[in-house]
Design a binder for this molecule. Structure first.
Ligand code: ADP
Length: 491
């Protein structure tokens, strides 16, 4: 297999397709490869090295060695800061190329990748670079003539398994706090989007991370992913993806008592009251569901609209949705690209069919766009009832369910009637109402008069089946540290 492959289109350079193990790019032990597909054209972009248990074993051993005895284990925290900042600088220097590669592999609109995903990737690395030398323990007053203090030590080897919807952003959310804390990493990117993580691996090597600190093994979930979860030298699994996969991971991780953090799905309620700034709420509803082709775990897929403004709200929203530009994700005017692959496309079209069958009204969309690439028209269903499949299940596509409500109590109760609890939003000019509802919504993030506002410093994660633990912010450092208590007798 060739080390590098000529890209088919906009990206001008060759790109990496091998595995990164112990500081070197190598073929998989089996020599197997798998194709990665451009979802806009359905063409194969490249054959990528397919890792499995044997490669995970090598990567885990390299990460273990780097953690236990490599230069990384002795490095001053402030030098970790320098390395993480250097990686952030290199990403920024290559921001256009990285954005194009992300678009090629994932299909998201270039404007979003370039102006949304990538700047946050850089910001997340810089934010955590600043934390590396600020991870403190405490001194603790105890009984007797003893001196007790705590240390927050790096957890060890972190196995990180990520999805395809925000490939580079997920790398940043996973790597940055782990590196700041002093962990070493084995990353398993999603099989649909293997390319940008490898490019970030190249940049990490250029930045000067010691061998074995960052390892990347592409491959499939049931093979590479499952062996990472089972590996005895791996201390922790950080996973973002589907709830059902998380349950499999949790069962397997129990054998070695691995620490786990999960960021999973959602069916997030977006609640619009009649006293809201309607124009702003329309834009928020649109962003909330259609960002990233609806492939967001926190998508505002249940839109609750108060009766008095319901009809005008739906009309205004539909007008904006119909004006959305779908098509070539490399066109800077494109607002919506294709879904990631045929599986997702079929799944979403299945939900659209169910919505129609179960009596919801298609306001706009409800069908595929064009006949090539996995494009689906942005779809609005109105007259949605709480027990319909489109109101209950995470669709992970550009499909909005609009639900009419009358009263505050009713909105809160119905919004909370879900097993998910990732995010929610409230739109109203009444600030007391907004806060009191925010406190009662069972979700890890509540946006008031906004949607999808993320920040490197603001924790994110789920209540209920939407996850375990939090990413981003100071909180994420807990995911990558162990607390040690040291007591000294002063007698
Ligand atoms: P999605 O619907 O986003 O693809 P998945 O949970 O299937 O959600 O995939 C997210 C990530 O989990 C991917 O990197 C995938 O390869 C990985 N994965 C899937 N199945 C398993 C498994 N059994 N063990 C470990 N990782 C898995």
């Amino acid at each position: 297999m060739a080390t590098v492959t000529e890209p088919r289109r906009e990206t001008q350079r060759t790109f990496q397709t091998q595995l990164l193990i112990d500081g070197k790019f190598v073929d998989s032990r089996s020599g197997k490869t798998f194709p990665t597909v451009n979802p806009a054209t359905e063409e194969v972009i490249a054959e990528v090295a397919e890792g499995d248990a044997a490669d995970i074993d090598l990567a885990a051993k390299a990460a273990r060695k780097a953690f236990d005895s490599g230069p990384w284990s002795k490095m001053d925290a402030r030098d970790r800061t320098r390395l993480i900042n250097r990686l952030a600088d290199l990403i920024e220097d290559n921001i256009d190329e990285l954005a194009e590669l992300e678009v090629l592999d994932n299909g998201k609109p270039l404007a979003e990748a370039r102006n949304g995903d990538l700047p946050m990737v850089v910001d997340v690395f810089r934010y955590y670079a600043g934390w590396a030398d600020k991870i403190h323990g405490q001194t603790i007053p105890v009984r007797g003539n003893n001196f007790t203090y705590t240390r927050r030590e790096p957890l060890g080897v972190a196995g990180q398994i990520i999805p395809w919807n925000f490939p580079m952003m997920m790398v940043a959310w996973k790597w940055a706090p782990a590196l700041a804390a002093g962990c070493t990493i084995v990353l398993k990117p999603a099989e649909q989007t293997p390319l940008t993580a490898l490019r970030m691996g190249e940049l990490a090597m250029e930045a000067g991370f010691p061998n074995g600190v960052i390892n990347i093994v592409n491959g499939f979930g049931e093979t590479a992913g499952a062996s990472l979860v089972a590996h005895p030298l791996v201390d922790k699994i950080a996973f973002t993806g589907e709830g059902n996969t998380a349950k499999i991971i949790m069962r397997s991780a129990a054998e070695t008592m691995k620490r786990i953090t999960f960021e999973l799905g959602g069916k997030s309620p977006n609640i619009v009251f009649a006293d809201a700034d309607i124009e702003k709420a329309v834009d928020g509803a649109l962003l909330g569901i259609y960002l990233n082709q609806g492939q967001c775990c926190c998508a505002g897929s249940r839109l609750f609209v108060q009766e008095e403004v319901h009809d005008q709200f739906v009309n205004r929203l539909a007008a904006k949705v119909q004006a959305r530009k779908l098509g070539d994700p490399f066109d800077l005017k494109t607002q919506q690209g294709p879904q990631i692959d045929k599986n997702q496309f079929d799944r979403i079209m299945g939900y659209i069919a169910k919505g129609k069958e179960q009596g919801a009204r298609v306001v706009t969309g409800g069908e595929r766009h064009g006949d090539k690439g996995f494009f689906i028209k942005p779809t609005i269903f109105a007259d949605v009832k709480d027990d319909m499949d489109i109101a209950r299940d995470e669709i992970f596509g550009p499909v909005l369910s609009v639900i009419k409500f009358k009263e505050v109590e009713e909105a809160v109760t119905r919004a909370n009637t879900t097993d998910f609890g990732l995010a929610a939003a409230v739109w109203t000019r009444d600030i007391a109402k907004a806060h009191s509802i925010a406190h009662r919504l069972r979700a890890g993030t509540v946006w008031i008069n906004c949607y999808d506002v993320f920040d490197a410093a603001a924790p994110f994660g789920g209540f209920k089946t939407s996850g375990i633990g939090r990413e981003l912010g100071e909180k994420a450092l807990d995911n990558y540290t162990e607390l040690k208590t040291v007591t000294v007798s002063l007698d």
